[in-house]
Write a protein that binds this ligand. Sequence first.
Ligand code: IPM
Ligand code: MG
Length: 356
Amino acid sequence: MTKKIAILPGDGIGIEIIAEAVKLLEHLKSNGLEIELSEAPVGGAGYDAAGKPLPDETLALVKNSDAILLGAVGGPQYEKLPRELRPERGLLGLRSELELFANLRPAILYPQLAAASSLKAEVVAGLDIMIVRELTGGIYFGEPRGIRTLENGEREGFNTLVYRESEVDRISRVAFDIAMKRGKRLCSVDKANVLEVSELWRERVEFVGKDYPEVELSHMYVDNAAMQLVKWPKQFDVMVTKNMFGDILSDAAAMLTGSIGMLPSASLDANSKGMYEPIHGSAPDIAGKGIANPLATLLSVAMLLRYSLDHAAEADAIDAAVGRVLDKGLRTADIMAAGCKQVGTVAMGEAVLTEL
Ligand code: IPM
Ligand code: MG
């Protein structure tokens, strides 16, 4: 059956990098992959087109799709809009409307890029971590939230960090399942020494872990986890954590690999419907210049094929093609190194297609 893929380029470099991903998908389609692509605006582009970051038509399209490929959202021209109209709201709306609670953020260091990391090569060589971030709960969505004025006239901002048992259980299961397919080690990151919500989190992760006796489960406080990630990151296999901790730790983990321009991500619901996106943002400073690195987006296509379309062979082929392009010394500006050849977005995309 033909699978429907929604293409949401978004803003900034999202447009350029998604164009390369579409070429890749069209190529797979002409080789027999049964897919149908439809494009729609989101983020700032959604606001420009329909007055809101997640237009109704875009929401209807993604609800009716099997998978979504997203570029990036945001730009300086939208920063002064009221909060509910800002591009980020489009992204958060997609996550919550589609119940994409499981965010998989791999941090893999391609051996060809070991020199691009700010850490010593021996600390990061061979790095392969999977961060599983809870994506539709916690402080990002907790109620009550707002800014209120106190009796003395002073204003106070507040948000709520809240997790239900069922929310912890389902993200834990995803993380344990992934650990089973990898190195069978799971580290749950929390702040159980201070927060009640973390105390409950830890208890539920332990509980779910009883179903996975083969997985070695450990717990770490988030401050220590941040430190360990930069000290000796190879100690980790799979990490699972709350929405906000995952936001922060996944950026740190990404940088271990040298460039945030290399890392894909998947956000999945309970039925493996997913949204796939590079973890970097819309990079307004380089948008439109044709120099953005499209590899994270092409690798996101690989994740889409693997997790939502069940086409592992094609996914492996894309991963391998990216490796060969790096072997040949092609680099975009963000990963450029001495002795390599610098290329732009389109040339990099085409090089991967040629390798395929
Ligand atoms: C991310 C981003 C988003 C987040 C922003 C853009 C809302 O930083 O996907 O990590 O905080 O989740
Ligand atoms: Mg982030």
